[in-house]
Design a protein around this ligand. Structure first.
Ligand code: SF4
Ligand code: SF4
Length: 293
């Protein structure tokens, strides 16, 4: 089973939930940080990194001596990463998504594949949990191609070992966030009961609902803010999977890179219960008891 931990905005406690869930997961697991622009799951899980290497994207390299400037490549590229201006072919590698379309379409075989470094992929182990992480190069804007490579590595690991996966997804509702959750079996949305939290939670729910995946909510910092998110979940029948209370000890643990499931038996039980509810949600047996408004 693949579970994505997602949120409409950063700072809701998404990584805290992913790390705590990893701690209580009973089956063989891969913990994956797909928040490649700002990965931080490793700060909590503290894996031993066993392997790390660069991730590349394939970009076009044009041999103008073979080019007839027919423009087939520039007409194909929706990202405007290759352009023909008269008798000059301009490429913009930082805008290229590495689809290889221009290379395939060129009738003169004037385009060959080059490569550009996107970031790095690391693999390691935190106790019995396998760990996988992508990290985008500083200044690099193209996160989906790196995420695809991390997901491809994840797929190989899952196929080889039959492990479950917990994905710490990027926050928000843009391409990277959608890319992270789209192949999951269950989506867990983490929010906080504040007006900002509710606003972005709603956007995330609207963005991910069309996938038709089982989706539930974890309310972090419960006890602050207002009840808007509870009312919305009650109205839409979005199951409340867990509530983590707002306590100073949690903030201190977070600041020290500690996992909150380790704080006390009460906190551990929150995530043990969340683990069970995720399986019920996936199986369709979770009592659809929406949060009380
Ligand atoms: S498709 Fe090939 S031949 Fe045509 S303009 Fe592009 S590089 Fe040149
Ligand atoms: S590989 Fe794809 S995205 Fe990159 S320049 Fe060619 S057509 Fe455009």
């Amino acid at each position: 089973m693949i579970v994505s931990i997602a949120s409409g905005k950063g700072g809701t406690g998404k990584t805290t939930v992913a790390a705590s869930l990893t701690r209580v997961w009973k089956r063989p697991l891969v913990a994956v940080d797909l928040d490649v622009e700002a990965p931080n799951l490793h700060l909590f899980l503290r894996p031993v990194i066993e392997e790390s290497g660069p991730a590349w994207i394939e970009i076009p390299v044009v041999d103008e001596s073979r080019c007839t400037f027919c423009q087939a490549c520039s007409e194909l590229c929706q990202f405007k990463a290759i352009n023909v201006l008269g008798s000059v072919v301009l490429t913009f590698p930082e805008m290229c998504h590495g689809c290889g379309g221009c290379i395939a379409i060129c009738p003169e075989r004037a385009i060959s594949p080059g490569k550009r470094e996107l970031g790095e992929i690391s693999r390691g182990r935190a106790g019995s949990t396998e760990f996988l992480m992508g990290r985008l190069k500083i200044g690099e804007a193209m996160s989906p191609p790196l995420m695809r490579q991390v997901k491809s590595r994840l797929k190989d690991m899952i196929c080889a070992s039959g492990r479950d996966a917990i994905i710490d997804a990027p926050p928000g509702v843009s391409c990277p966030a959608v890319n992270a959750v789209m192949d999951s079996d269950v989506i867990v949305l983490v929010t906080e009961p504040t007006p900002f939290g509710f606003h972005d939670f709603k956007l995330a729910w609207e963005a991910f609902a069309p996938f038709g995946k089982p989706m539930g909510v974890v309310i972090n910092r419960a006890g602050i803010g207002n009840r808007e998110v509870y009312s919305f979940c009650a109205e839409k029948e979005i199951p409340l999977l867990a509530e983590a209370p707002y306590e100073r000890a949690v903030a201190e643990a977070y600041a020290r890179g500690r996992i909150i499931a380790d704080l006390s038996p009460e906190f551990r039980n929150i995530f043990v219960s969340l683990y069970a509810k995720i399986f019920e949600l996936a199986a369709g047996t979770l009592l659809m008891e929406a949060p009380h408004a």
